[in-house]
Structures are given as structure tokens and as C-alpha cells.
Ligand binder design. Structure first.
Ligand SMILES: Cc1cc2nc3c(=O)[nH]c(=O)nc-3n(C[C@H](O)[C@H](O)[C@H](O)COP(=O)(O)O)c2cc1C
Length: 377
């Protein structure tokens, strides 16, 4: 990995709605399954998130938090934001990050059909998800079951859950929220024709399939005060279907991007897990979806997928494809990545051995301690 020059465009300040950020580096949302059994964020999580702020990240997008206590949770020990105790736990996290000079927004997620917690999950249609549950997370493992098709009331409940969680996020001190419509979770299940066999108003045309996400964005904007930031995360690929592309290419993208922009989204964040930015953030014809989102909506765009590479980051920013760079795995073992790059210090290469003791923050600490030769408890 080559090292940044101090004039690299990723080190220039940027503006995301009301937030002026010192550089273009954003921590990507990463589920660490480190909350209590009741989904309450811990002191260890506050320390973990504050480290990114100290390390120079302009913005942190905290891991997906579930939006209702019955159907939204994806994994065991995932944090939620639907109880007073969870809200109080997150307040400790936001205060720690703000004390360290950082900004933090929270990703809001409903797992829908791919919950590994709910025994009969809710989904747009009774379609069994492809692939199998993620190994690193529990408590359920193995093939997915067939979910229950949601009623009109269930859909109203989902919306209410997102809105109440966003209001709680503002009270807990977050600078904004990100609505998760990516990677195969509930809102992406609505967007995807193979998992949404419904009729109007929430199935059928692409306008209908993105409607729930758009309504949630609009409702959050109406329910939260002032210039609280409400963005959206989108993707083509699913966690268990990495080679999925939007069938209609740019024509689909135009409808999706304009729907979330008209709903009032403050940014579009495009996720590119597994095979990286160039593969997942392009249509199957090779057109850049980030560039298209930025050009057609005028919204700030956050790109993702291996963007710790300074050359790729340079190209993405200077070609006008994105405004910000969300860093996932490389941030996990380099919470000071921006400071390292600014001062010419080489980042540590990411290795999946970091998950030797599980995906949790405690698991990472144990692995890091072992590497430093510390005695393990
Ligand atoms: C352990 C782990 C947990 C993740 N959890 C989430 C999550 O909660 N929400 C989400 O949208 N993406 C999640 N992702 C995907 C990342 O945000 C990101 O898209 C992915 O790691 C690719 O970026 P990278 O190449 O910089 O690692 C997760 C990824 C990892 C490795």
C-alpha cells in the first residue's frame, strides 16, 4: 500500500449537510455483536467508537441498531434503539465520541427475513432467503426459514419503529441516522423483485418497491428537529448474494436515487462489500453508480469498498464519483487510519484472524493482546 501525500484529496475538509468534517474518511457501519443481551451499548463500545474520533476519522457511522423489540433484530448481542436503557447506553457512546472531537450517526436496521434471532421473521413476501445465516453471528445458524408475509399494519409498525428510533437517536446525541436499505436486509428485501412479490403500494414497479424506504426517510425528517442528518445506505449485492446487480442498471438507479432524494435524504451511501468498490458500485455494464447518484441528485455520496487504498481513493474523489470514503475492515485494525495516512505511517494490513475469537470488540481485544504477547484471561 503506498502512503498518502499530505495534499491527498481525502485529507481535505468536506461538508455533509450541516456537518463540516475535517477530512473525507468515514467509519463504515460494522456490527460487532458487543451489546448486552438486552441490546444495550456498553462502556467498551463507547471506548471503541471514541478511538476512531481520536484517530482522525471525520465521521463515524455506528453499526446497525434494531428499530423494534419484536422483529427487527438481526443478531444476538446487536445493539437496539427502542428502549430507554438502549437510548441511555448510546448516550454514553455519543458523549465519548463528541468529547474526542468526532461526529457520529447511527445506522438503523430491520433484518426482515434474514434475522438470526426471530424464529418466524417478517418479510415483504414469504420467500426463503438464498444462502445461509452468517457464521460469525448467532444465535441461530444454518439455512434461513421461510418468513411470514407482512400485513399493511406490520408495514405501518416498521415505519413507526424507524421513526421512533430516529427520535431516540437525536435524544441520545447522535448527529444523524442512516436508514439501512442495503445488503439484503428488510428495506432491500422490499426493493428487490425476487424477494418482493407484493402488489402496490409496496410491490410491483421499482417506484413501489423503494416507497417504504422513501416514506421512512420523509417521516424521520418530519419527526426530528432542525438539521438532524438523515441519510440512506444502498447496495446492489446482498450479504449472502455478493454477485447481485440491479437488473435495470442505470434506469433502476435513476428511480431509486430520485426517490430517496425527493424523500429528503441528506446523503447516499453506496455499500460495496466483499469484491470491492469497482465491482459492486458499478452496474453490470460498468457504469459508476456513485457518480450517477451524485450527478443526478446533487447529494453528497459516500463510497465504500477497499478505499483505504490511497490510489483508488484519489481516483474516486478526483473523478467526482464520491465526496466521502467509508472505511470498514481497515478501520477495525487501524482506528487511527486518517492520522496514519496524513503523517505517512503505513497502516496495518487487515486479516480475518482478527475474528479468531469472534466479531466482538472483546474478541478483537483478546486477539490483539495475544499478538502483543499479553497474558490472556
Ligand atoms: C464485521 C463486519 C460487520 C459489518 N456490519 C455492517 C452493518 O452493521 N451494516 C452495514 O451496512 N454494513 C456492515 N458491514 C459492511 C461494511 O460496512 C462495509 O460495507 C464492508 O466491510 C466493505 O468495506 P471495506 O472494504 O472498507 O471493509 C460489516 C462488515 C464487517 C466486516
Amino acid at each position: 500500500m503506498s502512503v498518502h501525500s499530505p495534499t491527498h484529496p481525502a485529507l481535505r475538509p468536506g461538508v455533509l449537510q450541516n456537518l463540516t468534517l475535517p477530512n473525507r474518511y468515514v467509519v463504515a457501519p460494522m456490527s460487532r455483536a458487543s451489546a448486552t443481551d438486552n441490546g444495550v451499548p456498553t462502556e467498551a463500545m463507547a471506548h471503541y467508537y471514541a478511538r476512531f474520533a481520536t484517530g482522525g476519522f471525520g465521521l463515524i457511522i455506528a453499526e446497525g441498531a434494531y428499530t423494534d423489540p419484536c422483529y427487527a433484530q438481526a443478531y444476538g448481542n446487536q445493539p437496539g434503539l427502542c428502549t430507554d436503557a438502549q437510548q441511555a447506553g448510546w448516550k454514553v457512546v455519543t458523549e465519548a465520541v463528541h468529547r474526542a472531537g468526532g461526529r457520529i450517526i447511527l445506522q438503523l436496521i430491520h433484518a426482515g427475513a434474514v434475522s438470526q434471532v426471530v424464529n418466524t421473521p417478517h418479510a415483504p413476501s414469504a420467500v426463503r432467503p438464498m444462502g445461509k445465516m452468517l457464521d460469525g453471528y448467532g444465535p441461530n445458524r444454518g439455512p434461513y426459514g421461510t418468513p411470514t408475509e407482512m400485513s399493511a399494519q406490520d408495514i405501518r409498525d416498521v415505519k413507526a419503529g424507524f421513526v421512533q428510533a430516529a427520535v431516540r437517536a437525536q435524544s441520545a446525541g447522535f448527529d444523524g441516522v442512516e436508514v439501512h436499505c442495503a445488503n439484503g436486509y428488510l428495506l432491500d428485501q422490499f426493493l428487490t423483485p425476487e424477494t418482493n412479490l407484493r402488489d402496490a403500494p409496496y410491490g410491483g414497479s421499482i417506484e413501489n418497491r423503494i416507497r417504504l424506504t422513501a416514506e421512512i426517510i420523509t417521516d424521520i425528517r418530519a419527526a426530528t428537529a432542525g438539521d438532524f442528518l438523515t441519510g440512506v445506505r444502498l447496495s446492489q449485492a446482498k450479504a449472502t448474494q455478493p454477485d447481485y446487480f440491479w437488473q435495470g442498471g442505470l434506469a433502476d438507479a435513476a428511480r431509486i436515487f430520485s426517490a430517496v432524494a425527493e424523500a429528503g435524504a441528506g446523503f447516499i451511501h453506496f455499500a460495496s462489500e466483499k469484491k470491492g468498490y469497482a465491482y459492486h458500485s458499478s452496474t453490470s455494464d460498468g457504469e459508476s453508480l456513485c457518480h450517477f447518484a451524485r450527478a443526478t441528485t446533487g447529494l453528497p455520496v459516500i463510497a465504500n469498498g477497499g478505499l483505504q487504498d490511497p490510489d483508488l481513493a484519489h481516483d474516486v474523489l478526483t473523478r467526482g464519483e464520491a465526496d466521502f470514503l467509508a472505511i470498514g475492515k481497515a478501520a477495525m485494525n487501524n482506528p487511527d487510519l486518517p492520522n496514519r495516512l496524513a503523517t505517512g505511517r503505513q497502516p496495518e494490513a487487515f486479516t480475518y484472524e482478527l475474528f479468531s475469537y469472534g466479531v466482538s470488540i472483546e474478541g478483537q481485544a483478546k486477539w490483539e493482546g495475544e499478538r502483543r504477547g499479553l497474558p490472556q484471561s
